[in-house]
Design a protein around this ligand. Sequence first.
Ligand code: ATP
Length: 226
Amino acid sequence: MSEPALRLAGVARRFRTEAGELSVLNGADLALVPGEIVALVAPSGTGKSTLLHLAGLLEKPDAGEVFFNGQAAGTLSDDARTAIRRQGIGFVYQFHHLLPEFTAAENIILPQLAAGTPRRAATERAQALLARFGLAGREQHRPGKLSGGEQQRVAIARALANHPRVLLADEPTGNLDVETAGRVFHELLDAVRGEGMAALIATHNPDLAARMDRVVTLRGGKIEQA
Ligand SMILES: Nc1ncnc2c1ncn2[C@@H]1O[C@H](COP(=O)(O)OP(=O)(O)OP(=O)(O)O)[C@@H](O)[C@H]1O
């Protein structure tokens, strides 16, 4: 079995609230090996977004450790964590979060430039990704000129731009109608499988979850096989 691309080992996360301390994650364990797509299905408010933030090195756990390619993220400098976030991890959110003043192509080029890719190669990658998602010819369109499904395809293309080892997605098609969601989701899984990355995808939709390799849930702050 190959080394996990991402591993959460006993991670805990607590929040201080007016009603006292809220323990959201309490010893959550999860390992994703390259090429594996895992669905995270859990009731609202149980900590899916919190878990994804920790997995994406956006926040640090109160206890436990997140390993990226076997390296303990807690031991890394802020710069090293940022470099992993930029190059090693792709994020897709429920709402696309594209930059409205930039074209579809530029939205995919910019994160590559930030990761040090030369502009020419970044432009070629953006064109190839847009073509892969059926958006050839739309390179120069701003997000506002694209449909919701097209915007989300650009957001997925952006997440894949730097060839990340890990893709994290929080309800990536939750904002789309059922038919468009099904299609975009299929394209997302196809692309993830094609690139051989590991993916953790939170969804409330059991039909979409069933298309993944494995389904996990959150119960009592821990990960369980669903
Ligand atoms: N920064 C914070 N401060 C205080 N409480 C927080 C904070 N972030 C999250 N929480 C609480 O932690 C719990 C889990 O939140 P989280 O957003 O991870 O849930 P979720 O499973 O993603 O929910 P949903 O499916 O509705 O998005 C919630 O009760 C939320 O109110």
